[in-house]
Design a protein around this ligand. Structure first.
Ligand SMILES: Nc1ncnc2c1ncn2[C@@H]1O[C@H](COP(=O)(O)OP(=O)(O)OP(=O)(O)O)[C@@H](O)[C@H]1O
Length: 263
């Protein structure tokens, strides 16, 4: 029997009162794929992320991770099944250090709590050491070690966005959802972020689904693009084909971003 895809959305429909945010959206992602989710404002991209993570429960359809139904599960249970998420607006603890922010992301893996520290200090210490070692490895992987002790607020924006990725990785996801990872960055910072994301995929074998408005980033980062418009999937394929798709061009009509990339 063929292996189940890492992620599968099957006819997902999400409504907010009279607003149809998603209509029968279906797609699959295979292990190790880097895909971009694009579409004009209000197309339903964030709603797809919120459905996958368990923040919203679709009224119709199903979401499966490696064949296991996750739609309807609480966000912490979906996270335990291997879904990590980075947010559009940096959601880090600004006064804590870079290392402490990543350590906080390890909480899903902490076995011993406060009582453990009191009654089984050796096991607690072993666990704590393992969590720290992994957090340090993630800082290494994203080349964030020089910033490890700095409070996040004191660091440049591009570095903060990378710390956000490191924190999302701390829960050891198999699927990482990133919402506009290069928003607000300089061209140089964007290149840096793309390079590191592609390295993550190469070194961790992780699957990436990225919402991105910068179509130059999309066409260089993703091997596949899924396009939404008014909550409907209108295209799904390799960047070249999607950018030439007449329906995509129509959806973006008046949006020079697509025209610039296709040129
Ligand atoms: N919690 C909510 N309550 C009511 N309507 C919502 C809610 N969340 C999203 N919507 C609506 O659902 C539709 C899709 O929104 P969504 O945020 O998913 O789009 P998007 O593609 O992420 O947009 P953007 O690029 O502007 O972030 C929009 O019409 C939006 O107003």
């Amino acid at each position: 029997m063929p292996e189940a895809p890492l992620l599968e959305l099957a006819k997902v429909t999400l409504r907010f009162g009279g607003i149809q945010a998603l209509s029968q959206v279906s797609f699959t992602l295979r292990e190790g794929e880097v895909a971009a989710l694009i579409g004009p404002n209000g197309a339903g991209k964030t709603s797809v992320f919120n459905c996958i993570c368990g923040f919203y429960t679709p009224q119709e359809g199903e979401i499966r991770l490696r064949g296991t139904r996750v739609s309807g599960l609480k966000p912490h249970r979906v996270a335990r099944l291997g879904v990590g998420r980075g947010f559009q607006n940096i959601e880090l603890f600004g006064t804590l250090s870079c290392l402490d922010n990543v350590l906080l992301g390890r909480h899903l893996h902490v076995r011993a709590g406060v009582l453990g520290a009191l009654f089984a200090p050796r096991a607690w210490w072993r666990d704590e050491t393992a969590q720290r070692r992994r957090a340090e490895e993630l800082l290494e992987l994203l080349e964030l070690q020089p910033y490890r002790n700095f409070p996040v607020l004191a660091l440049p924006y591009g570095v903060q966005k990378l710390i956000e990725v490191a924190r999302a990785l701390a829960s050891e996801p198999r699927l990482l959802l990133l919402d506009e990872p290069t928003a607000g960055m300089t061209a140089e910072e964007k290149d840096e972020m793309m390079f590191r994301l592609l390295r993550l995929r190469a070194e961790l074998g992780i699957t990436l689904l990225v919402i991105e408005h910068d179509l130059r980033v999309v066409s260089r980062l993703a091997e596949r693009i899924i396009v939404l418009d008014y909550g409907v999937k209108i295209a799904d394929g390799p960047p070249g084909a999607v950018q030439r798709d007449p329906e995509v061009i129509r959806a973006y009509l008046g949006d020079t971003r697509l025209a610039e990339v296709s040129a």
